[in-house]
Design a protein around this ligand. Structure first.
Ligand SMILES: Nc1ncnc2c1ncn2[C@@H]1O[C@H](COP(=O)(O)OP(=O)(O)OP(=O)(O)O)[C@@H](O)[C@H]1O
Ligand SMILES: [Mg+2]
Length: 368
């Protein structure tokens, strides 16, 4: 049987008082995988992470780590380490003491402790500040110290709850890259919580999208971005345009939807066995795949789906252009494209335009 590093089998959490924070969460994590959890505030990310860490009781379901049942095992006996957003660094201890603390708690023998602390200080380049205290560390150094503390106990799984939330945008970007490289070189499984979709997509080998205590979708980043499986994911991830309608034709690899903008085609993002014609559905088209031209300048082409509209405004930021289009039927879309792609095409306020895309780029979803 295949051995996963981490398995969540239908786990759920009901807080005392009856608040159901997580329901029926199922996940299998491969050894060395980088998993991101993303979702709006209050959707249950931290609760799930704390259940994995043993900091919160699991109300229902099972938790396995490397095949062993840890559902009721206490936090200090789990092969996990947790890094929190505020790092929880001890201000009265030096960097070296902060790193060694977790080994003291585990009663690691002095020689072994020194060797492990030295190795991690070296790995995370904290040698210059080993004797310093929290007050004199930069944001990036604090972040590396938090990582060092998490890693020095040699966990099987590192759990990170919005660990970059306190950093400014530039530092955050460079630490994202460092963290990803570090994870690759250590080959330790990371479970990384964030509410920034770009961070979840750029860091994760797979991304778990959560909504209101439930898993909406678990996919590799590109798949998630291009093939949402639910209306929630289509709205939450990427820059999608949504066209509501009713299912007209359902085939395994292609569905047709009647909308007020005409019939539109797409790949089903759902189990076609469970779909009925006449049900409500949404055609999801990523902005990146939509071409914009002056109306009537391109001959009708059966390989494309299209809608017509009028340009309301055009914003430009550097090379990127954001036309806002009011499509016939009254709906507004904001597209993102490159200046060179629209130059000389009459894309200006008041102009009539045609938006078109290849149906293979569209995904059809509905609330199941
Ligand atoms: N100790 C608690 N007792 C009761 N309810 C709680 C407790 N902790 C969290 N909750 C509730 O559980 C739900 C999930 O909270 P959680 O902290 O897991 O969300 P989150 O996805 O981490 O949100 P954020 O992005 O804001 O950190 C929320 O409705 C929250 O109010
Ligand atoms: Mg949280």
């Amino acid at each position: 049987m295949k051995q996963y590093d981490l398995e969540l089998l239908n786990i759920g959490k009901v807080y005392p008082g009856g608040n159901s924070a997580v329901e029926a969460f199922d996940l299998q994590v491969e050894p060395g995988e980088f998993i991101s959890f993303v979702g709006p505030s209050g959707c249950g990310k931290t609760t799930t992470l704390r259940m994995i860490a043993g900091l919160e009781d699991i109300t229902s379901g099972k938790l396995l780590i490397r095949g062993r049942d840890y559902t009721s095992v206490s936090a200090e006996r789990r092969p996990t380490s947790t890094i929190f957003q505020n790092y929880a660094i001890f201000p009265h201890m030096t960097v070296r003491q902060n790193i060694g603390f977790g080994l003291d708690v585990r009663k690691v023998e002095a020689g072994d402790k020194k060797r492990r602390v030295d190795a991690i200080i070296d790995k995370l380049q904290l040698g210059d500040v080993a004797g310093a205290k929290e007050g004199s560390l930069s944001g990036g150094q604090k972040q590396r110290l938090a990582l060092a503390r998490g890693l020095v106990t040699e966990p099987d799984i590192l759990l990170l709850d919005e660990p970059l939330g306190a950093l400014d945008a530039n530092l955050r970007k460079s630490i994202q890259e460092e963290l990803k490289l570090l994870q690759r070189s250590l080959n330790i499984t990371f479970v990384f919580v964030t509410h920034a979709q770009s961070e979840a997509l750029s860091m994760g080998d797979r991304v778990v999208v959560m909504n209101d205590g439930r898993v909406e979708q678990i996919s590799a980043p590109y798949e998630l971005y291009t093939r949402p499986k639910s209306p929630f994911v289509a709205r939450f991830i990427g820059r999608n345009n949504l066209f509501e309608g009713t299912l007209k034709e359902i085939r395994k690899d292609r569905v047709v939807v009647n909308t007020v903008f005409g019939t539109l085609r797409g790949t089903p993002g759902f189990d076609v066995e469970r779909a009925r014609s006449g049900s409500e559905a949404i055609v999801v088209v990523p902005s990146e795949y939509i071409e914009i031209d002056g109306a009537g300048t391109k001959a009708a082409d059966p390989d494309f789906d299209s809608v017509d509209g009028v340009v309301r405004s055009v914003d430009q930021v550097g090379q990127l252009v954001y036309p806002t289009i009011v499509i016939d039927g009254g709906r507004e879309l904001r597209l993102e494209t490159y200046a060179e792609k629209v130059a000389g095409r009459g894309i200006e306020p008041g102009g009539r335009v045609t938006l078109r895309w290849k149906p293979v780029r569209a995904t059809v979803v509905f609330d199941q």
